[in-house]
Design a protein around this ligand. Structure first.
Ligand code: 13P
Ligand code: SF4
Length: 366
């Protein structure tokens, strides 16, 4: 067994065919010791090697159900953390490129959330009146914060169920890091816009007055997804002028205005299912990441469906794109040689507390 890790630079010059063949050979050598999970936003060259694909909720469940020794996550950092938290101590969660983070997740950190909790306590008793809800797109220590404070995790699929549960616990919600998912979900639950305030984490008291905080049902962290913020209502208007019969579908990380102008709003898994179930010949404008939209267009063109990307400019998730076939092969060939590279390991206490919040989520999920 070799002791020095194979250098990823060795893979840069390999042809696509060679990369594919060696990835498949490594998968075969590892057999059921390995499972590769792939998020829908992964590029095609990587996505095709995944054993299971899905949205964040489906992949979390897959990670929890897997018995594989190695869970290689083709996605972003928080997903590999969730896989580590929900799998057993003997299993190893791996992210092929450690720079695959999530810019939205980085918009909330523990220090700022702890400070917000402290500042809220000057106006009310947050542990009695506020349920902290973190979008799964967040670091493990924020999930642990929610676990410690009677809170919960949500994904774009289960956000309405999670909010319903949260309001059943306490009268208000502090929702981080994505203001849009919080606002879009809250509005659909009949919470007026003026009872959803934005917490600006760069300002004392989130930039809010005590009256605003007392009146609010939801306090929304000022975070957003850099990909979904590119979609604008005018893109929808222009498309509708050209194709009045087109159907519009968006991910709830898009702005309130975009979601209001859409016919359908939901997670990546929901978007795929809705387009798959539509009649042949339909035309779709889709507000979500480019790799998924291109895949849907390819997949359904034989049924006469046309699937268009919402923004006129190319905007893919640059961090998801970090996972390339070179890094996947590098990861797998190191495993074949008995070396674990890029393991994602969450601190034990943090993992226990985060698991509480994740388990609450899995319990209330549809
Ligand atoms: P879902 O696939 O859960 O809808 O989430 C999209 C996303 O942004 C993942 O980071
Ligand atoms: Fe994060 Fe947005 Fe990329 Fe999803 S699409 S991983 S929310 S930056």
């Amino acid at each position: 067994m070799a002791t020095t890790a194979i250098d990823v630079q060795n893979f840069i010059r390999l042809s696509d065919e060679e990369l594919d063949a060696r990835i498949e050979a490594a998968k075969e050598a590892l057999g059921d010791r390995l499972v590769i999970l792939g998020h829908h936003y992964q590029r095609e060259e990587v996505f095709k090697h995944a054993d299971f694909s899905g949205d964040s909720l489906k992949l979390s469940r897959q990670a929890a159900a897997s018995n594989a020794e190695f869970i290689v996550f083709c996605g972003v950092h928080f997903m590999a953390e969730v896989a580590d938290i929900l799998s057993s101590d003997e299993q190893v969660s791996i992210l092929p490129d450690l720079s695959a983070g999530c810019s939205m997740a980085d918009m909330a950190d523990l220090a700022h959330v702890e400070r917000a909790w402290q500042e809220l306590s000057e106006v009310l008793d947050p542990d009695e009146t506020v349920t902290p809800v973190t979008y799964i797109n967040s670091a493990a220590d924020l999930k642990a914060f929610c676990g410690r404070h009677g809170g919960i995790v949500c994904t774009s699929t289960n956000a309405p169920h999670v909010l319903k549960w949260s309001f059943g616990q306490r009268e208000k919600i502090l929702f981080f890091p994505d203001q849009h998912l919080g606002r879009n979900t809250g509005y659909n639950m009949d919470i007026p816009l003026d009872e959803m305030v934005v917490w600006d984490y760069d300002q004392p008291m989130g930039g809010l007055t005590p009256e605003q905080i007392k009146k609010a049902k939801m306090i929304l962290w000022k975070g957003f997804c850099s990909v979904h913020q590119m979609f604008k209502p005018e893109h929808i208007e222009r498309f509708k002028e050209k194709y009045p019969e087109a159907r519009i579908i968006s991910h709830p990380e898009s702005s309130f205005e975009v979601c209001q102008a859409s016919d359908y709003v939901g997670s990546t898994e929901y978007i795929i299912k809705t387009i798959a179930d539509s009649e042949p010949g339909t035309r779709w404008l889709v507000g979500t990441e480019l790799n998924l939209v291109n895949r849907l267009n390819e997949q359904f063109k034989a049924e006469g469906k046309n699937v268009h990307f919402m923004s006129p400019t190319v905007c893919m998730c640059s961090t998801m794109f970090r996972i390339d076939p070179q890094h996947l092969l590098w990861t797998l060939e190191n495993l074949v040689e008995g070396r674990v590279v890029n393991q994602i390991k969450v601190d034990k206490t943090e993992a226990e507390q985060a698991k509480l919040a994740l388990e609450r989520m899995l319990e209330v999920s549809p």
